[in-house]
Write a protein that binds this ligand. Structure first.
Ligand code: BGC
Length: 369
């Protein structure tokens, strides 16, 4: 496992962090408790900053709305910003600096680039604001106070297992031929998702029961810059030409999210090939429809409403001068510290459990089997 990861993943913070998230021997536990330097309580109507990445999937759009409404309901002032579509890093950096200048007491950040916010997080800390990484870890800074997320390593494991289950349901015995896709390299989650999936798939790849048709198993080769659908689609087009034009069957594709899953399916259909088992994540409306229609195989339910609610609970605790609830102090090492985290459990969704999984989700409405 370790050997495979170090030899095939990009050498960088994301890979190191992802490694630290997968082996218990590498999980350190030291940092429960209150962030040093953070103000002990603050005004009930204080400003709370929320800096989100660009809208690369529906969950980010929903999160922005939920933060605006939820913080208002809780009595806070809010400043919710998205990084632009192209100059994302610089945009987000200046948005955070502006929030600090305006006196925000808590700054919630969905990082557009995990490794590029150390200066802003330090400035926030110095100004007495608490910084909470939301969904995506911020790396290389000891000034980050908390992390609130669905357990991303678990997301990857569920995706890897769903890929196997889906392929076995279609063809009981292997070998199965697959291709691997990962997310944007600047998002720390990408390496964590990939490593979680590989923890499940790698033993079977080693045994030859699962074959990566193109041989592309390095996270650099599988990456999808900017989480952009067109990048996944064009890589899938190339793979179909290079590896599958002579009639070899593609049984499955590991896709890290729904936007990319649909792009991969579009590519395969465009080439006139049967749709393989394709995984996803985010419960996007079009993907859930595709699952119900028997095309995309799986998605992950990470209920954004719960994630935002837990983050707002953390803000409320900080406002009252109490310690926010933390349920993990060992899994997410950002390269400078193990970040005290509140982790929620992701749920795998296939056609079999979709109706039940989304029973109370207004976005998806009642589903029929
Ligand atoms: C989120 C995923 C999302 C992706 C692209 C990741 O950091 O965890 O839910 O699909 O970003 O927006």
């Amino acid at each position: 496992m370790r050997k495979f990861l170090t030899s095939t993943l990009a050498v960088g913070t994301a890979a190191l962090l992802a490694l630290s998230a997968c082996g218990s021997s590498e999980r350190e536990g030291d940092t429960a408790g209150n962030p040093s330097g953070a103000a002990k309580g603050f005004a009930k109507d204080a400003l709370i900053g929320v800096a989100l990445p660009s809208k690369t999937s529906e969950n980010w759009v929903l999160a922005g709305d939920l933060f605006t409404n939820g913080l208002k309901e809780a009595g806070f002032k809010s400043d919710v910003q998205y990084a632009g579509a192209s100059t994302t890093v610089a945009d987000q950096q200046s948005q955070i600096t502006a929030m600090i200048t305006k006196g925000a007491k808590v700054i919630v950040i969905g990082a557009t680039d995990a490794a590029q916010l150390g200066t802003q997080v330090k400035q926030a800390k110095e100004a007495g604001a608490v910084v909470v990484a939301y969904d995506r870890l911020i790396t290389g800074t000891a000034d980050l106070d908390y992390y609130v997320a669905f357990d991303n390593f678990k997301v990857g494991q569920l995706q890897g297992q769903a890929l196997l289950d889906g392929m076995k349901a279609k063809k009981a015995t292997g070998p199965w031929t697959i291709e691997l896709f990962s997310g944007s390299p600047d998002d720390n989650n990408s390496g964590v998702f990939f490593n979680g999936a590989m923890e499940v798939l790698k033993p079977l790849i080693d045994k030859g029961e699962v074959v990566v048709g193109s041989g592309q198993t390095d996270v650099k080769q599988t990456a999808t810059q900017g989480w952009k659908a067109e990048n996944a689609q064009s890589r899938m087009d190339s793979l179909l030409t290079s590896t599958y034009s002579s009639g070899k069957t593609l049984d499955g594709v590991l896709s890290p999210n729904d936007t990319l899953a649909r792009a991969i399916i579009t590519s395969v259909k465009g080439a006139g090939k049967p749709v393989p088992v394709v995984t996803g994540q985010d419960s996007e409306v079009e993907s859930v429809k595709s699952i119900m229609a028997g095309e995309q195989y799986s998605t992950i339910n990470k209920d954004t409403r719960k994630l935002v609610a837990e983050t707002i609970n953390m803000v409320k605790a900080l406002q009252a001068g109490t310690d926010p609830t933390i349920n993990d102090t060992k899994s997410y090492n950002n390269g400078s510290k193990v970040v005290p985290s509140y982790l929620l459990a992701p749920v795998i969704v296939t056609k079999a459990n979709a109706a039940q999984a989304y029973a109370d989700d207004p976005k998806l409405g009642p589903l029929t089997k």
